[in-house]
Design a protein around this ligand. Sequence first.
Ligand SMILES: C=C1C[C@]23C[C@@]1(O)CC[C@H]2[C@@]12CC[C@H](O)[C@@](C)(C(=O)O1)[C@H]2[C@@H]3C(=O)O
Ligand SMILES: O=C(O)CCC(=O)C(=O)O
Ligand SMILES: [Fe+2]
Length: 323
Amino acid sequence: MVVLANPALDSIPLVGSPKHGARFPGIPVVDLSRPGAGEAIVSACEELGFFKLVNHGIPVELMQRLEAEAVKFFSLPQVEKDKSGPANPFGYGDKRIGVNGDVGWLEYLLFVATSDPLSCTSMTACSFRSALSEYLVAVRKMASDVLRSMAEGLKIEPRDALSKLAMDEHSDGIFRLNHYPPCPPLQGLNRSLTGFGEHTDPQIISILRSNDSSGLQISPEDGSWVSVPPDQASFFINVGDSLQVLTNGRFRSVRHRVAANGVKPRVSMIYFFGPPPAQRIAPLPQLMGEGEQSKYKEFTWGEYKKAAYRSRLGDNRLVQFEK
Ligand SMILES: C=C1C[C@]23C[C@@]1(O)CC[C@H]2[C@@]12CC[C@H](O)[C@@](C)(C(=O)O1)[C@H]2[C@@H]3C(=O)O
Ligand SMILES: O=C(O)CCC(=O)C(=O)O
Ligand SMILES: [Fe+2]
């Protein structure tokens, strides 16, 4: 815990400037419209667990429309926003992340991505509803293309082996809108407030879009951090814990975090693609070499999620499921 001049910031940890070795070659960029996309996705997921997706077919206007609706919501008076909270886990949250004591310099809306996403909030605006539902439909279709392309790159059949886990009618999709206000200056400290503390995402993949404000950092290897230059027309995709297990550790579930920005507000929207609760999460047999053993104990997504929601944000959640 850090003691700062402003008591409101008292319990929010600080992050140092990212440092990484000279060897870091940059964030991989995958062009979804090109024939080699599958191989490029596979090598990015093996090396980093993270890549930027371009030529994805989703118009930037659709992203900007939802961003504008989110900004409208986050600009409401605090009493209005509080009517949609506290996040439990769904709804409006302010600085508290999850229920186990994590905090960050952000406010957010978290909801179920299927059925009626806004039912856990007090929001009635038609413009929000329609921007959100169009965005979710478009990202779902794109995620399905990415997962099919990934299966192609992995040379596994059937080609929907991965996409069907994320696209089933019972799949556990979550959507999150994060707003990081510009953070107050930290009196000569060469550090920033933590926007969202370091963690891995528990699901299969997460698809993130942000405005042109920096802050997202990923960890290419233990202890090193690199900044991800923002790009509001592209998506950033990360491998989650479940995909690491489905590939028996071949893909990396990437650790990432957000440092609060001192100048510009950051608005991000993330679709987390989880499988159905009863789905067994185990390495795909098509990916196992002869005599290869699973590195993980047997579990279902429901069991993993329950354990994840009892953990702190920065915990290594997979370690208790390793053999
Ligand atoms: C501290 C927590 C917040 C989180 C649930 C958890 O107990 C541990 C995992 C966290 C995380 C990280 C990725 C996503 O943002 C998220 C929605 C998820 O599925 O797992 C959050 C959870 C949350 O904010 O409720
Ligand atoms: O807001 C961001 O850019 C990333 C947030 C994140 O990693 C998360 O919500 O899980
Ligand atoms: Fe995350």
